[in-house]
Design a protein around this ligand. Structure first.
Ligand code: NAD
Length: 296
């Protein structure tokens, strides 16, 4: 079992860190929120006074931070200055490919192995330990990381060199956003057509319209237990995070001249939704804007 420093104990990081504790690892956590740190402590973890303290004298550091700027700052100011020789660095945040490669390059200059290992599966997957990890980095680092990642996920794929895990993640989340908007449009239209949404679900969940956005995260409440729609659209995965990811996928598309017209449209729709005051609403709450409901 390993000693692990875990930085970023939010909607995803906290249940991931708790699964590491359950697997028998010694986990020391740090977050800007003391409530989140206390929740880890209540589940058998330890608390650090700073990100630097969290990264000191551990075998593995895992980060699960909001976006590229936080990852760059926490690695630049705290982790790389403090970690012991041989510490394995695993960044699970969703960030841009260039920042992932830049930070991994800085780690390599210090002789440290680092992988980008963003995840898919949402908070339900994080709690159940069934996340999918897309790993960019060397084969040697991947083999070292695997037993750690297995305590938090079920599907663990080496995607290639540094940054390719993030490339997989932005492609995946562009699909997710487009799929979710498709679900929202179809279910909102069904309501207006006088079709029982439970009937539509029973049919499409077994037909060609099926997707994860429907069967695990249905935007209509009462159809899928795990969906944020059953909790008043409390995230889950916030609209602000989805907007960030669509920005990353459109930036990536521009850099390589890929045609992503639906990705561009999804970005615009999520920007409108966030601009209307829904940054902290779950991303599936966009169904309310698509329905044309009240304040959304
Ligand atoms: P979150 O906002 O709930 O958690 C981020 C945490 O990082 C917060 O608790 C915050 O206090 C902490 N933090 C920010 N800056 C910090 C710093 N300098 N030092 C220490 N802690 C700091 O976000 P989340 O939903 O857990 O998402 C985290 C990452 O995972 C994002 O990159 C997101 O895109 C990705 N992701 C989220 C989901 C999901 O369903 N929520 C799914 C897959 C991937």
């Amino acid at each position: 079992m390993a000693t692990i420093g875990f930085i970023g104990l939010g909607n995803m990081g906290l249940p991931m860190a708790i699964n590491l504790v359950k697997a028998g690892h010694a986990v020391r956590g740090f977050d800007l929120s003391s409530d989140q740190m206390n929740a880890l402590k209540d589940s058998g973890g330890e608390i650090a006074g700073s990100a630097a303290e969290c990264a000191e004298s551990v075998e593995v550091v895992v980060t699960m931070l909001p976006a590229g700027p936080q990852v760059k700052a926490v690695y630049g100011e705290s982790i790389l200055a403090k970690v012991a020789e041989g510490t394995l660095l695993i960044d699970c945040s969703t960030i841009d490919v260039a920042t992932a490669r830049e930070v991994a390059g800085q780690a390599a200059e210090k002789g440290l192995e680092m992988i980008d290992a963003p995840v898919s599966g949402g908070t339900t997957g994080a709690e159940a330990g069934t996340l999918t990890f897309m790993v960019g980095g060397s084969e040697a680092a991947f083999e070292r990381a695997k037993p750690i990642l297995e305590a938090m996920g079920k599907t663990i794929v080496l995607t290639g060199d540094s940054g390719t895990g993030q490339a997989a993640k932005v492609c995946n989340n562009m699909m997710l956003a487009i799929n979710m908007i498709g679900q929202c449009e179809a279910f909102a239209m069904a309501e207006k057509l006088g079709l029982d949404t439970a009937k539509l679900f029973a049919i499409s969940a077994k037909s060609s319209g099926q997707s994860w956005a429907m069967t695990t995260y249905c935007p209509v409440p009462g159809l899928v237990e795990t969906a944020a729609s059953n909790r008043g659209f409390k995230p889950g995965f916030s609209a602000a995070m989805m907007l960030k990811d669509l920005g990353l996928s459109q930036d990536a598309a521009e850099q390589v001249h890929a045609q992503t017209p639906l990705g561009a449209e999804a970005l615009q729709l999520f920007r409108d939704f966030v601009d209307r005051g829904n940054a902290d609403v779950d991303f599936s709450g966009i169904i309310n804007m698509i329905r044309g409901d009240g304040d959304f």
